[in-house]
Design a binder for this molecule. Sequence first.
Ligand code: AVJ
Length: 347
Amino acid sequence: MEPLTPPQPVAEAAIRIDSHLSGTGQRTLADDVLDGLTRPFKELPPKHFYDARGAELFDRICELPEYYPTRAERAILTERAGDLAQLTDAVELVELGSGTAAKTRVLLDALDQAGTLARYVPMDVTERMVRDCAEELTEEYPGLQVHGVIGDFERHLGRIPQAAGRRVVAFLGGTIGNFPPGSRRRILREIAALLGPDDHLLMGTDLVKDPRVLEAAYDDDQGLTAEFNRNVLLVLNRELDAEFDPEDFDHVALFDSQHEWIEMRLRARREHTAMVRALDLPVHFDAGEEMRTEISAKFTRERLEADLHAAGLELVSWLTDPEALFALTLSRPASGTDESTGSGDAR
Ligand code: AVJ
């Protein structure tokens, strides 16, 4: 054991954290509930799943035999991280929705070995995660600067610091699939705005496949995904003094083959009214009424290329696992066209 030493100035300077969330969390939740639960087709955005318990449930989902995306993406990363480091020559890695940065280490290792890496910029809504991973990574990678940004990538992408050099923006896990086509392209355009001509976007997307495989991934035998889905009700109970009974709802997961996305819903088992006290809002459910809690889009190469193109990006490499369950794509600002923003149909 080393004796305790006062904090080293070098280690202190290695970490900087900016927060853009002060107190707005509750407000967006309240806005989303007021807006989403008063519509004829009730809906809540999936970002509210991830309180401490939701984040823990999601981590356990990633270990489930049915939930292949995490394993498939990690396999691709492990296999191709060296190539990606070579192709991007990155000095800086920006990660959107960094979480515990578990898969990130594979990339950081490769960039570190290539000798180019100088800074890691994790962005996440969960302050604890950003702080913990900043501490761990500055220890694991001596000399690495970590500039954490606590924020929501739907609203705060503009707060990402100026690039320190050649940059890779990583958006892993398939999270882009949580956004319907229009918002998806808006976010991709905003990400594209963070890239200079020599920079890259590395993005994970789940792929279209047999609906039975997809539906099993979102409705596992252990019922963990059902628990994860119902957890959003507990978030509302705690944050907005609501009185939902999770027992009043069934978990539903189905593949919408027309839109090519998985939908998760909560279906009321009986007719009832749940009060959201902080909003003075009674929410009525008919028996069997469904509330949508998540879409998770599944991609084909064609659709992804069209989305990238609409954001002014072009595909550099398309990497999949041996079973082609999941894709990791590297793209860069399209040459020739400065801003091809918003063109193309937003299917
Ligand atoms: C974290 C958004 C990628 O859509 O697969 C897992 C979330 N929902 N099981 C996904 C999730 C149900 C996950 N993402």
